[in-house]
Each structure stands twice: as structure tokens, then as C-alpha cells.
Design a binder for this molecule. Structure first.
Ligand code: BJW
Length: 229
């Protein structure tokens, strides 16, 4: 019987909800090069441009037509079935897992709907598009708030708990991620090293597909409900 499950999700799980992935044709990086919007250096050089990139995505997320899809809903059912024994680690900054009802989530690359103080690292809900005028309330002087996003070169969030859970899991499932960004792309190797079963669900085999024991190809809205039921 399965005791502990770690699920890793990437942009592919939200693609059928209308959110763009990064590296596919017409992906986010095509019009917004990484070095212009997803590094601390980019933010330092042109904060307005970086804020615009995240404000636009935050606004899209809050439009009524972006909703959790069958894959998000199936994972929420999995959590109910395996109460307390599933840890969902998402690289996604959207909130579609929460809106589907999933509770135990680590957003390792941050969250679009939050901002944080660059000095104290205190996190606040994002209530309006981010601009020069949004400052923290935790410090004196007040510092300009930044997107609560993990850019290249920054430490992903919740790593200690993720590593603990990977070291104890007996099933690891990666869904809709290209396997091109570390440390997430290396999680399968940790799970494999402790003897867990490893399954990849993706539209096409990822860069790390050969590291998994089983690869199921297809849209997440079909493969995830099939796996869960
Ligand atoms: C479907 C589908 C459908 C489509 N159904 N599937 C050299 C070697 C190793 C590491 C490094 C290196 N040089 C630098 C590094 C480190 C660097 C890194 O990995 N760089 C690589 C480019 C090599 N990593 C970092 O800097 C990270 N920090 C770090 O390493 O700190 C040091 C440290 C950590 C831990 C321990 C010790 C030290 C930080 C990475 C931050 C990533 N940030 C981003 C942007 C911010 C968030 C945002 O704007 O949204 O996060 S980058 C971007 O990529 C985003 C994503 O979360 C991340 C992963 O992308 P994802 O989700 O895989 O999307 P895609 O588009 O790539 O793939 C989509 C997939 O879905 C495809 O496969 C499709 O087939 C599939 N799909 N439709 C199912 N319907």
C-alpha cells in the first residue's frame, strides 16, 4: 500500500486552463526573454518591465475564464483519498491547485498573487498591480515590494521539506514539466535513489523522461484523472 506520495507539477498542467507554458512554441519565453524578465539582474536593471510581465499574468489569472481543469481537480481528489500523505510541489506560480481544493502545496517558484519585502522577506497578498508606489509595512524606511517569484539564481522555496518528503516517498509523479530547470528536474533522481516508483505524465517525453520508470504521454486533463482513479 502506498504510504507517501510526492507530486511535482509544471506549466503543462495549467496549459489546458489557458495559461501559457514557457518553452513550447508560443511559450512565454518567446516574447519575453528570460534574461529580461526572470533574473534578479533584470529586475534591478528594469523593474518596471519585470513588474509589467508579472502584473499582466496576475491579471490574466484573475480573469473568470482561467479555471482549474480536470487534472487539478483529480489531484485534489487524490489528496482527499490519501489524507496527509500527499505533498504537492508545484513550480507554477498560478493558484489553480488551491482553487481546485488542494491544501498541502509548496510553491517552490513563488506565487503570482503575492508580493514580498526585499529586506525582511515578509510576504503580502497582492491586491493591486505592482508599481513603484507599493511599499512594505514591515520596515522603516518602507521598501518597494517585489514580485513573490523565484528567479534564476535565487533559492527555490521550501527546499528542506521537499527534500525530506522526497527521501521518504514511495511514489513520485511529475506532471507537465519539461525537466529543464533545477533543482526540480533532479527530484526524480532523489525519489529513485530511495526506491520510490517514478511516473512522468506529459504531452511528450520530457528531457528527463529516461530517469522515470514509467512515462505516460497525453494531455494532463486525461492522464491525471486516469492515474488517480
Ligand atoms: C503538457 C501539456 C498538457 C504542455 N498536458 N503536459 C546548470 C546545471 C544545473 C543547474 C543550473 C545550471 N546553470 C544554472 C542552474 C540553476 C538554474 C537552472 O536550472 N538553470 C537551467 C536553465 C539549467 N536554476 C535556478 O537558478 C534555480 N535556483 C537554484 O538552482 O538555486 C540554487 C540551489 C537550489 C537548491 C539547492 C541548492 C542550490 C531557480 C529556478 C527559478 C525558475 N524560475 C522560473 C520563472 C519564475 C516563475 C514564473 O515566472 O512563472 O520558473 S523559470 C520557469 O521554468 C518557471 C517554471 O516554474 C520553470 C519550469 O518550467 P516548466 O514548468 O517545466 O515549463 P516548460 O514550459 O518548460 O514545460 C512545459 C511542459 O509541459 C512541456 O514538457 C510540455 O510538453 C508539457 N505540456 N501542455 C501535459 N496539456
Amino acid at each position: 500500500m502506498l504510504q507517501r506520495i510526492v507530486v511535482l507539477t509544471g506549466a503543462g498542467i495549467s496549459a489546458e486552463s489557458g495559461l501559457r507554458t514557457f518553452r513550447e512554441e508560443d511559450g512565454l519565453w518567446e516574447k519575453h526573454p528570460i534574461e529580461e524578465v526572470a533574473t534578479p539582474q533584470a529586475y534591478q536593471a528594469n523593474p518596471q518591465k519585470v513588474r509589467q510581465f508579472y502584473n499582466d499574468r496576475w491579471q490574466q489569472l484573475n480573469k473568470g475564464d482561467v479555471q482549474p481543469n480536470a487534472a487539478h481537480l483529480a489531484l485534489a481528489r487524490l489528496e482527499q483519498e490519501f489524507a496527509g500523505r500527499v505533498h504537492l510541489v508545484t513550480q507554477n506560480v498560478d493558484n489553480l491547485h488551491e482553487r481546485a481544493g488542494f491544501r498541502r502545496i509548496t510553491h517552490m517558484h513563488g506565487e503570482l498573487s503575492k508580493v514580498r519585502c526585499p529586506v525582511s522577506h515578509q510576504v503580502f497578498p497582492m491586491q493591486q498591480p505592482l508599481s513603484d508606489n507599493n511599499v512594505c509595512t514591515c520596515c522603516i524606511p518602507h521598501y518597494p515590494l517585489r514580485p513573490h517569484i523565484v528567479w534564476f539564481g535565487e533559492m527555490p522555496l521550501g527546499m528542506a521539506q521537499i527534500e525530506t518528503d522526497l527521501a521518504q516517498c514511495d511514489l513520485f509523479v511529475a506532471i507537465g514539466t519539461s525537466g529543464s530547470v533545477y533543482p526540480a528536474a533532479g527530484f526524480v533522481d532523489i525519489a529513485q535513489s530511495v526506491g520510490a516508483k517514478t511516473i512522468e505524465l506529459n504531452l511528450e517525453p520530457s528531457l528527463t523522461a529516461s530517469h522515470f520508470q514509467e512515462v505516460r504521454v497525453g494531455p494532463a486533463s486525461q492522464t491525471v484523472p486516469t492515474l488517480v482513479e
